[in-house]
Every structure is written in C-alpha cells, then in structure tokens.
Design a protein around this ligand. Sequence first.
Ligand code: SF4
Ligand code: SF3
Length: 534
Amino acid sequence: MFCFQCQETFKNSGCVNRGVCGKTSDVANLQDFLIWISKGLAEIEVKSERNNKEVVDRIILNLFTTITNANFDFSQIKDRIFETIDMMNSLRENKNYSEAANWSSKNFSEIEKKINSGEVSILSEENEDIRSLKELITYGLKGMAAYARHAKVLGYESEKVNNFILTTMAELLREKSIDELVSLTLETGSMGYLAMETLDSANTKTYGNPEISKVNIGVRKNPGILVSGHDLKDFEMLLDQAKDSGVDIYTHSEMLPANYYPKFKKYENFVGNYGNAWWKQRDEFEAFNGPILMTTNCIVPPKDSYKDKLFTTGAAGYPGCKYIEADEKGHKDFSEIIELAKTCKAPEEIEKGSILGGFAHSQVMELADKVIEAVKNGDITKFIVMAGCDGRMADREYYTEFAKKLPESTVILTAGCAKYRYNKLNLGDINGIPRVLDAGQCNDSYSLIQIALALVDAFGVESVNNLPIVYNIAWYEQKAVIVLLALLSLGVKNIHLGPSLPAFLSPNVTDVLVEKFNIAGITNVEDDIKNLII
Ligand code: SF4
Ligand code: SF3
C-alpha cells in the first residue's frame, strides 16, 4: 500500500504498511483499484453519446467511499469494485479505451495480480510533480463527491459538477502537462465551490436556514442514539423514526450543526450534542452507552466495548459493524438501532452546559449592520477564518492556544470539526457578537465565503484580499482539500495551512502555490499571532 491523502500520513510522507488511521493495506490497495476503474468507467461514459445518471452516481459513491476514515470494510469495497466492473462491462462499446476502461475481469486473483504489479498504485506515476497534481485533483474530487452525494440524497444536484467529475476522472488517466494540471486544479476548486453551493441550497431549502442556537452538551435520563458524520438526511430519518420511542437523539462531531436547523428543533427527543471531534470517539462512544450511527467519516477503529453498537450507512463502513442499506427510494429502516437503544443505559454525562452556533450566511447577514459598525468603529479589528478539520496529533493544541491568545478585538469564523479546539473556551463577545462564529459543517465554509463577499460589498474594497480577514486553516482529510481549492479558485491569498502542509504536495507544486497564492504553513502561536494579526 501507499497512501498519503491525509494530514496524519506516516512521518508526513506516506502510510506503507498500515494506515495511521487504521486502514489495512489490503483495504488501501482495493481503494486504489476502485479509484482506477472508476476513472475507467468515467472514460467509457465520456466517450459515449449517453448521459447515464447511474454512472456519475456510481463514481461519486466510489470516490466518497475512499475518503479518509469513511470505509474500512474490505468486503464492501470489493462489492463496489464488482458492481463497477459490471457497469463497465454493460456500457463498453466498440471504441478505443485505456487499460482501466477495458478492465473486465471479476476474477479476484486477477484483480490482486494487477494490484501487486504496482500499476494502479499512486506511486506508479513516476514524475513526482505530475503525481502530486493528479493526486491533489483526485482528493479534491473526493471531497466534492462527498458534498455532491449529500445534496443528491436531498434531491439536489448540479449538472456542471456531475459533468466535471466525469470528465476529470477520465482526464486523469491521460498524460498531462504540469500547466494543464495546474489549471485543472483551479477548475476543481471552482467546481468545489459550486458543489458546496448546491449542498447549501439543498440543506437550507430542506431544513430551513441555520439560526443562532444554544446547543445543550449535557444529557438526559433516557437511553440515546448518537449520530455522527455529515449526512443530514440520515439524521432526519432516524430522528423521525425514533420520535415516539422514548429514545433520545444526540449529535456527535460534524453532526453538531444539525442543532442549528429549524426543522430539527421541533423534535422533542432531540437533546443536543454529545462529545467532541471525531478522534476522541473511542472514549466518548464507550461512555455514551447507546448505539451510534456513523453516516460518513470519521470512523476510528472501534473498541470491542461498543463495536456491536456501532452502525454504518451510506459511504461509511466498518468490518463487523452492521451496515444500514437504503431501499430503492432512499428510505432507510433504523428500527434495529432504535430497538437496541431501548435496551441500553442512558448516556454518561461527560460535559454540562451549552455551546453557541448557527452562524451560517443568512444568520450573519441579519447581524450585518452590527458587524459592519463594529468593524468601522474599531471594536472588531480582524476576522480569523479557522475552518477545517480537527485531528488527533498533539501539535493541534496550537489551535486552542492560538484562539486563546488572539487579541480580544478579533472574531473567529469557523466551520468543520476544527472548531472543537476552541468552541468551549468561552471567548466572550464583542458588542453582542460572539467571538467564535460557527457556520456549521466543513461544507458550510461556503457560508464563510458568502460572508467575506458580503463584506467586500459593504466596505467597497476591491477583493476579499483587501478585507481584515486572516486565514489560518486546519486540514486533515479530502473535504478540507476541496474547501482549500475553492478558496484558491476565488483568488483568496495568504492562506496559512496547518498543522503541516500536505505530504502529497511536491516541492515544485508547493512553490507554484506559494508563488500564485502566497500559501504558507504555520510556525508557533506567538510568532503567528504577531505576524498575522497585529
Ligand atoms: Fe495514512 Fe491518512 Fe491514508 Fe489513512 S488516510 S492510510 S492515515 S494517509
Ligand atoms: Fe472532520 Fe473527519 Fe474533516 Fe467535515 S469529521 S471536517 S475531519
């Protein structure tokens, strides 16, 4: 195996024997093969005269399945491979195709032989700059696919995004120059922005605009179900099916923003949020006592103490954990989880009190006058975008310290699970405007962009780069990659990315990003505050 798609990759170079995330080498190899044939399937579709919706849906699901911490299940990924090959075999025409598009065998030893040849590995591309750019684009597509899928289950999709995913997957099989790949990288960012916009419409039109909300982080006395991941549709279905069951529902990690949507607030059995970012789940899931539903990443290999209570659905999967399938209409039956919850003890209280959130674009626009006035009279001197991911490495303590040491005249704009590093610090407010404004999930970074664009208008400046906004973004997995590319495609400069720069960026590709966008890493809290803020 060789995998370097996330921030925690071994020695900031690449996981080779087993993933730091827990992914085994046989699963990593199957994921590489799945991506390779998905590119082949895209090529078949692009070369045809058809517009087969099932093909793009399949490619989106395959990309999403290989995102960090989503699916560790060898047999599920093997099934996806077979289903993809079936689709390719039924669609192939009498045309000239690449080897990936021509792959037709479902004989597993032949698939293994191909994997063992190293020809579908990331390292099969020998030029490190081409490899770096092709992987950067692939990871951007994985993040985009995740967002496209969340929108799709709510009945929203963008033809442009779908077509881009198809054509780009096919293009990645071809030889490309550095210049071509650099421009494809920026196009990936623009399409990522569109994918986030589509998901924002899907979420807000289905569940209402997020609003300022005080979220309970304590517990009640009933047994509960904990819902993690990013899929709001799964959350809604479970909430609805559990409404009269006597079982309470809690959100976890990236599902926290579900608490901000008006439509979910009417459910009596929706208690609040339990726990913190994904990487603390081994202790927190044990303390929760009840079943847990993982709707997407991030799964940490579970402890035996709760493994039989961990369920997966959608693109997520873990060997030995029950997978909840959707029927042909997209409906999922969660009764088994609800019945199991009834037999469990109530959650152990690990925290008390509440946190504040719900500052997505429409809510912030309502506060715009107040915000603009505070900037004009100097009460707010800077906004710091600290969106992105959290992770388990100790050096992420940097973000807590950074937030604590920021001048009191600054406001943090956040989205994604990165917020857990500072959302319980009680940093106070400025004229009633909280100093941490949480827009929602990582995809709600879209809201942060909308807020920046509104400030450009309000202050009459030339571009987002002339605003008092500093970007100190934490990344971990591929959704953060698409958010970053979206920001770059909008011309945002001087982004600081940490805790380390991606291992998949070669020195030359990093130079291009520095030259074009002045991207930089982070150093230490004192120096960064001095250089970025004061
Ligand atoms: Fe390693 Fe990250 Fe890949 Fe897991 S996803 S194998 S930790 S690089
Ligand atoms: Fe977090 Fe996994 Fe990225 Fe959606 S839950 S932000 S890491």
